[in-house]
Structure formats: C-alpha cells, structure tokens
Write a protein that binds this ligand. Sequence first.
Ligand code: ATP
Length: 308
Amino acid sequence: MLTVTALTKRYGGRTAVDDLTFTVEPGRVTGFLGPNGAGKSTTMRLLLGLARPTSGEALVNGREYARLTAPAREAGALLDPRAAHPGRTGRAHLLAKALITGVPRTRVDEVLDEVGLTEAAGRRVGGYSLGMRQRLGVADALLGDPGTLLFDEPVNGLDLDGVRWMRDLARRLADEGRTVFVSSHLMSEMELVADHLVVVGRGRLIADASLGEVIAAWSRTHVLVRSPEAGALGARLERLGPPVRVEDDGDGGLRVFGLTAEAVGDHAHEAGARVHALAREEASLEQAYLELTDETVEFGAHGKETGA
Ligand SMILES: Nc1ncnc2c1ncn2[C@@H]1O[C@H](COP(=O)(O)OP(=O)(O)OP(=O)(O)O)[C@@H](O)[C@H]1O
C-alpha cells in the first residue's frame, strides 16, 4: 500500500510535484497517468526514498521507505532500465542485489525464470536489448517478493509481445493481492491494464477514480446534428440540463453529449427543426485525455501553438 499526502517537491524554482494526495491500494493495478514532465517519476522516487519531499509525505505501508526494516521485501521498483551495470551479466547483477538486500540466492534463478531471461542470464547487460533490460529491471523489482511494485513507464521501447507480457504480469501481481502502481503517459495503454487511475498534470492531481468512472466522465462520444434551425434545437436541448450538454462544432453543427441519436432526432421534430445530418460520433478516451491535460503539458506535441 502506498500513501501520498500533501506531497510537494521543488527543484529550485520548479515545482515537480504539487500538493499531491492519493493512496494506492492492494489487489488492483493502479495506473499513474500524466504527460511527460507531469511529475510521475519524481513521485515514485519520493516513495522509494531516492529524493526527499520539500513537504508532505510519501509512505510505503505507512512508513518512509528508508525506515523499513526489510525494504526489498516490502517494495520493488522498475525505474530506469539502464540502471544495471553494462559490464555485468544479468545473473551477476541480481546476485549482487540479493547479497546487499539479504534475499536468498535461490531467488535469482526463480526471478530470471519468471521474466524469461534464464538463457540470457550469463550474457553482459551491455549486449541486452531494451526489452531484455526492462525484463531484468522487473526481475530486480521482484527479487525480494515484495507486496508492492512500482513500474515507471514499463512498456516504453517494448515490442508487442513485451507489452502484452508486462500487462499480464501486472494483472497477475495484482490478482495475487499485491499493490501494483504503473506509470504511463498513454491513456490507451492504461485502458488495457489499469483498474484504477491516478491522473496528474504539472505535478497536480487531475483525477483519482476507477477506470470506468474516468471513461464515463471523460467520454467525448456524442451525436452530431446539423439543422438550419440549430439555434432553436440547441436551446431546447440545453434546457434538458445535465447530463445533456450541447457544444457548437464551429461549422454550423451541434455536438450533443448525453443523448442517443434517436432522442436528438425526436427533439428536433418537436422543436420543428429540419434535420440535415444526424450521426453518432465515437471519440477515443486518448483524445479526451490529451484535451484535458493540454494546458498541463509542459513539453511535447500537444502544447498550444503560439504565433501564426
Ligand atoms: N533532479 C531534478 N532536478 C531538477 N528538476 C527535476 C529533477 N527531476 C525532475 N525534475 C523536473 O520535475 C518535473 C517532473 O519530472 P518527472 O520526471 O517527475 O515527470 P514525469 O511525469 O515522470 O515525466 P517523464 O515521463 O518525462 O519522466 C519536470 O519538469 C522535470 O524537469
């Protein structure tokens, strides 16, 4: 279990994490979603005692990571796939970690097998592909058989098989009753793996809810209707109130949220509005997420353009 309370981290004048509060519960996969630079890695580093909070708390099982008596048995993490020394073999890396953390050597072969690296274990990490390094990072995280796992962007650079493997692993670990906290900047990825979502932008909390709740709240699926009497129709639909919502599409059409196409057609009929087009338009959750986090994106392709 992870508990983050009023957590803030500043680097000079830059606020990487801004008054974050949430908990990560056992028995489910919690996705930590936010655009690049939103503060996900920093939050994970604070939870693991790799950085100190400016204020607030980041606790593992109710205690600071550094104060845990057997930290490797309580929390394991995959933060940076390049963390293992390139000159060491995969097995040597894990044996050294086992020695330092007091984990029995027999665990090394178990976790190598679990991540599918048994055959490559005798090769130097420098010759590993990114996918193999990710697997080694996962083996490292699992070494102490911890109840809590933190994976920072675990599918970055993985091929399709690797992505699927990582999803299945996260699911299995959660089904075993562990706390699984997985970060990603991709809503599409989180949709496939997470039960619960903690969404951040510019270090601040945007949402902390089940995947279903986030989908319901963010859904941009709507009915598009075109009518020469759009004004009268729009006014009638707006009077219905929430959850019905009406937007002008800027092109003479109305986007109607919260009604079926049939219902919009019936309202048009009753309003005496001629209908020239009526269609249900599906919009992806990824699109909603990008729009929602648009103002909070620090870098990247989705920032608002300036100038002509
Ligand atoms: N050690 C540091 N010194 C200075 N600034 C930092 C440091 N670590 C992170 N930051 C800044 O804090 C902000 C949040 O970064 P962080 O890496 O936590 O975001 P993120 O959501 O994990 O994004 P990414 O996926 O790109 O790593 C960024 O503006 C980053 O530049």
